[in-house]
Design a protein around this ligand. Structure first.
Ligand code: PLP
Length: 402
C-alpha cells in the first residue's frame, strides 16, 4: 500500500495544482528535488569537478538502481540527456545497409519514425508497418509473418505517448528471439509506471526518459543495451569518455553501454535521476502500477459519463494515459482553460502520431495522465471542469472559460 498522504507531502505542488500531465513531465518528489539542488549548491561551493568527485557513490547508484529496476546489469546502462538521444545512439549504431528492413507499429513515436525516414533516405532501408489487432495493439502474429531475412530491427513503443494502450512487449520479444531479430523497446511511458523487466520482455535495447513516470529531472534519460550487442556495435560518435586514445593513431572503444555515453553532462540531473529511481522503487513498482490502473479506470468512467466527451484510448490493456476529445472543441483551448483552473493536461498532435491519430482521423486529442500521488477527489474535480466545458460548448461555442 502506498502512503498517499506521505507521497503528496513529498509533492508540494499537489496542494494547489492537479497534476494530470505525468506522461509529459511529472513533478519531482522532494527527495529528488533536494538531490538536484544540493548538488547545485555543492558545485557553487566546491566547483563542478570537486562536487562530482564527492558525489561518486550517488552517481554509481544510477547504474545499479536502474539495473535492479529493469533486471539488467549496471554495465548495460548508459546515461543520456534524453530518451531520444539514447535511442538514436543505439539505433544509428546498427550496421544499416541498403535493402535492410525495420518493422514498426502504428504507435511509433514521432522522433523514432523520423529517424527511420532519415535512415531510409540515407541508406535505402525499408520501413514495414505492422498492423494492429482488433483492440489497437500490435498484432504479434502479423508482425511475425512480416519478418524476412532482411529485417534488422523490430521497433516497438511499449506505451505510446498519444494513448493509453500497453503493447504486448513480451510477445513481441518472443517473436524477435525466435527469428533472431534485434528488438528495440521505447519504454518512455512505461518505466516508472509499471513493472518492466528486460529479461522477461526479451528486448535488446530499451530507452526511457527521466521526467515522465520516473519523476526525475528534465534533460535526463537512459539507454539499456544488452552487453553482447553493445560490444558489437560501433557508436555513431565517440569522445574521450566513450573511447580511450590509447596511442597517437589508435583508440579503444569503451566496453558495453559506456560507449554510448559522452563526457560532459548535467551531473545534478544524473544524481536526481538516480534518486528518482530509488524513490520509485521505495514506493514500490507493483503498488504504483495497481494504483495508476485503478485511478485511470475511474478517470475513464468519469469522462465516459460526460455528454460530448469521447474516449480515444485503444488497446486490450490500458494504463495511466487517458486520451479523449470533446465535440466541437479545440483541445488546445481546453488544455489552456484547464490550466487556468489549476489542472495540467496536454494535447497529442497529429503530426506527433501520424501512424495512429493520423490514420484514425481523430484530430489532436486531449491527454490526462495520472500518477500514484493523484487522488479520486482530483478526478472528481477534473470531471466537473471537463463537464462544464462540454456543457458550455453545447450551448455556446465561444467563451470556454465562462
Ligand atoms: C517522451 C517520449 C519519447 C521522447 O523522450 P525524450 O526524453 O523527450 O527524448 C520517446 N518515446 C515516447 C513513447 C515518449 O513518450
Amino acid at each position: 500500500m502506498i502512503d498517499i498522504a506521505q507521497v503528496r507531502r513529498d509533492t508540494p505542488g499537489c496542494e494547489t495544482f492537479i497534476h494530470f500531465d505525468n506522461a509529459g513531465a511529472s513533478p519531482m518528489p522532494d527527495p529528488v528535488f533536494r538531490a538536484v539542488t544540493d548538488h547545485m549548491a555543492a558545485e557553487r561551493a566546491l566547483g563542478g569537478y570537486e562536487a562530482e568527485r564527492r558525489a561518486q557513490p550517488a552517481l554509481e547508484c544510477l547504474y545499479t538502481g536502474l539495473a535492479e529496476l529493469l533486471n539488467a546489469a549496471p554495465d548495460e546502462i548508459a546515461y543520456a540527456e534524453n530518451a531520444t538521444r539514447a535511442w538514436n545512439m543505439a539505433v544509428y549504431a546498427l550496421p544499416w545497409a541498403e535493402g535492410d528492413r525495420v518493422i514498426v507499429h502504428g504507435s511509433e513515436y514521432a522522433s523514432n519514425m523520423l529517424a527511420f525516414l532519415h535512415l531510409e533516405r540515407r541508406h535505402g532501408i525499408t520501413i514495414d508497418i505492422a498492423p494492429s489487432d482488433g483492440t489497437g495493439q500490435i498484432d504479434v502474429d502479423a508482425l511475425e509473418r512480416m519478418i524476412t531475412a532482411k529485417t534488422k530491427l523490430i521497433s516497438l513503443v511499449h506505451v505510446p505517448t498519444q494513448g493509453g494502450l500497453v503493447n504486448p512487449a513480451a510477445a513481441v520479444g518472443d517473436a524477435a528471439r525466435r527469428h533472431g531479430v534485434t528488438y528495440a523497446l521505447d519504454a518512455c511511458q512505461s518505466v516508472g509506471q509499471m513493472a518492466v523487466d528486460v529479461g522477461k520482455i526479451g528486448c535488446d535495447i530499451l530507452t526511457c526518459t527521466g521526467r515522465k513516470y520516473l519523476r526525475g529531472p528534465r534533460g535526463t534519460g537512459f539507454l539499456y543495451i544488452r552487453r553482447d550487442l553493445a560490444n558489437r556495435l560501433d557508436p555513431p560518435f565517440i569522445d574521450l569518455h566513450a573511447a580511450n586514445w590509447s596511442a597517437e593513431r589508435s583508440f579503444d572503444i569503451a566496453p558495453a553501454a559506456r560507449r554510448f555515453e559522452n563526457y560532459e553532462s548535467n551531473v545534478a540531473g544524473r544524481i536526481g535521476l538516480a534518486r528518482a529511481v530509488a524513490y520509485a522503487r521505495k514506493v514500490g513498482i507493483a503498488s504504483i502500477e495497481a494504483r495508476i490502473e485503478s485511478l485511470a479506470q475511474e478517470l475513464r468512467q468519469t469522462l465516459n459519463a460526460i455528454r460530448g466527451v469521447t474516449l480515444q484510448d485503444l488497446g486490450a490493456r490500458t494504463c495511466g494515459i487517458v486520451t479523449f476529445t470533446i465535440d466541437q472543441v479545440d483541445p488546445i483551448a481546453v488544455r489552456d482553460v484547464l490550466f487556468q483552473k489549476g489542472i495540467s493536461t496536454s494535447v497529442s498532435l497529429v503530426n506527433h502520431a501520424r501512424l495512429d491519430l493520423g490514420r484514425r482521423e481523430t484530430g489532436p486529442v486531449l491527454r490526462a495522465s495520472v500518477h500514484y500521488f493523484n487522488t479520486e477527489g482530483e478526478i472528481e474535480r477534473f470531471g466537473a471542469a471537463v463537464a462544464r466545458i462540454a456543457l458550455n460548448t453545447s450551448t455556446q461555442t465561444e467563451n470556454l472559460s465562462s
